[in-house]
Design a protein around this ligand. Sequence first.
Ligand code: AMP
Ligand code: MG
Length: 343
Amino acid sequence: MMRRATLFFAVAAILCALVSCSASEPKKATFTAMDTVMSVSVWNGDGVSYEEADACVAEAKRIVNELAAELSVTDAASAVFRANSGERVTLSDSAAELCRRSLRMCERSGGALDITVYPLVRAWGFTTDRHRVPPQSEIDSLLSLTGYDRVSIGDDGTLSLAEGTMIDLGAVAKGYASDLICDMLSERGVASAMINLGGNVRTLGKKPDGSFWRVGVASPTGGGNACVVEIGEGAVVTSGSYERFFEADGKRYCHIIDPSSGYPAESELLCVTVVGESGFECDALSTALFVMGFDGALDYWRQNGGFEMILLTDSAVYATEGIAPSVELTGNAPGDAVNVIKR
Ligand code: AMP
Ligand code: MG
């Protein structure tokens, strides 16, 4: 009898453990948008029921899809496509805000970020995967149509582009979308969430058990992560030459364009990871710092601060002093120690 009771309590304890284990599993949605795989994981608890967590995940997906539909450069129905075709369009409040903030970042980055490089991105074949090296005359004539000062946005969201100018918010849209999702989740009372929009990671709060999130930085030479960074609430965004590129005549051309030359950005950097508070800023900065190259990125960080960064070359990993202690190298990392960048 005694043994039966013990068995009963043992089974009951295991069942309880299983139930509480499943209760700590997040509600997760994985979907494709903006040409990439995205996932949103929301933990319930502290007044947020399982059903609410489910509704949050659905709302997150709606936010991304709505923004993607408005900003697409290839969908003839999108506002940005129509503006790029010379039509006068009025953007939604959130797209207009993204555009205004992007223009400020273009200026702050000294033009390393430039939302008007789209004609060049297209000429190099990155929008169609029909890659080519355009002749210099074509690059020169397209350069004459670029420059973020050729874009203005009215208080009512009216977008005006100078003749022949086209915009592409692909360098900032995912980071911005991750912030919109985070705001929505915290308004709904969610305390713990992980948003991964194609490698643009944004976290809300800490993990449900109070520990830090561990975010992997993909190895630019393929195969798993080069390192893992531990963060509380914030954003981790990577831009790199290994994401989309092609080779011609033994040279590698990547999808990030240096707006000053019209050529794909070229430096010893394989990728730049920016860690900070805002997904938008990290996304804008990772693209801009990649264009600036290793020395330019260091100068920019020393002069502006407000964020941390991890730089990967083919032989070493560098991290700014505020984040370096939280960076753990994996077997795929170039080098065997983190080189600390000091102020
Ligand atoms: P990301 O992956 O966030 O670094 O963004 C790269 C994407 O932004 C590219 O695929 C282009 O669509 C666009 N892009 C390329 N170069 C630039 C640039 N210098 N400034 C702004 N957008 C760019
Ligand atoms: Mg970016």
